[in-house]
Design a binder for this molecule. Structure first.
Ligand code: HEC
Length: 230
């Protein structure tokens, strides 16, 4: 057999390819299993959450934070269930990250609250003494870019058929329907509705006033995004 292979370089190359590709196959195949593709608990992002995601990307939070929980006890104890491939179905681009200066944020919505984020983004050291995370105070005055968020929502939906306007079963047994507005004005209105609910849990008076006046500071969009990570 080996003698024969040595005399037929083409088949030898095919054999080498199969042997090397096998390891990749072992890693990739489990992702096609049903258990890796949760149909429960993974809802598409709302306009406000996408605006917050864009704030997250703009400020390079992913340079210090991963969004990928590995299946080790130390990680599942700290963060919750390890990440499943299907949970990234609506992440474009994915924000796995390659470095953890800070903790993983994949399920941060389960154990941090709006007011915790508000205090932490304003003054990380005030909440976690010794933290090396920088403060992001400009987010309390900069306004979120809802136009671009809506543009992303519409274009991505046109290509990938995201299940907007459809009830998605959630982990607690309820269903969640994420609306895709049919106009820019509609997107602004629904983002503002969502922003009001978040601002109600915040203390910063300038942010509350801005939202009451129909504006959406970046911090509100960012917190909406943080809260959606579950
Ligand atoms: C220079 C690295 C760095 C950057 C950039 C950074 N962080 Fe952090 N972050 C940390 C560190 C370190 C901690 C842990 C200490 C703490 O809680 O402040 C942390 C903690 C957090 C936590 C708390 C997580 C938990 O489970 O306790 C959240 C939420 C968070 N960061 C969000 C953000 C967001 C949003 C951004 C971008 C706007 C950001 N971080 C940018 C380093 C960073």
């Amino acid at each position: 057999m080996f003698h024969w292979l040595e005399k037929h370089p083409f088949f030898f190359a095919v054999g080498v390819f199969v042997v090397i590709a096998f390891a990749g196959l072992i890693e990739i195949l489990p992702n096609f299993a049903k258990a890796s593709q949760p149909t429960v608990g993974t809802a598409p992002y709302s306009t406000l959450e996408i605006a917050g995601r864009q704030v997250y990307i703009k400020n390079s939070c992913n340079a210090c934070h991963s969004q990928l929980i590995r299946p080790f006890k130390s990680e599942t104890d700290r963060y919750g269930h390890y990440s499943l491939s299907g949970e990234y179905a609506y992440d474009r681009p994915f924000l796995w990250g390659s470095k953890r200066t800070g903790p993983d944020l994949m399920r941060v919505g389960n154990y941090r609250t709006t007011d915790w984020h508000e205090n932490h983004m304003w003054d990380p050291q005030g909440v976690v003494p010794g933290s090396v995370m920088p403060a992001y105070r400009w987010m309390f005055t900069n306004l979120a870019d809802v136009d671009t968020a809506y543009a992303e929502q519409v274009t991505v939906n046109a290509v990938f058929k995201v299940p907007y306007n459809k009830p998605i079963p959630m982990k607690d047994g309820s269903t969640k329907t994420v609306a895709l507005a049919d106009s820019l004005a509609g997107a602004h209105a629904s983002a503002l509705e969502e922003a009001k609910a978040i601002a109600a849990d915040m203390k910063n008076q300038a942010v509350k006033d801005a939202v009451a006046a129909g504006q959406i500071p970046e911090i509100v969009a960012l917190i909406a995004y943080m809260n959606s990570l579950k």
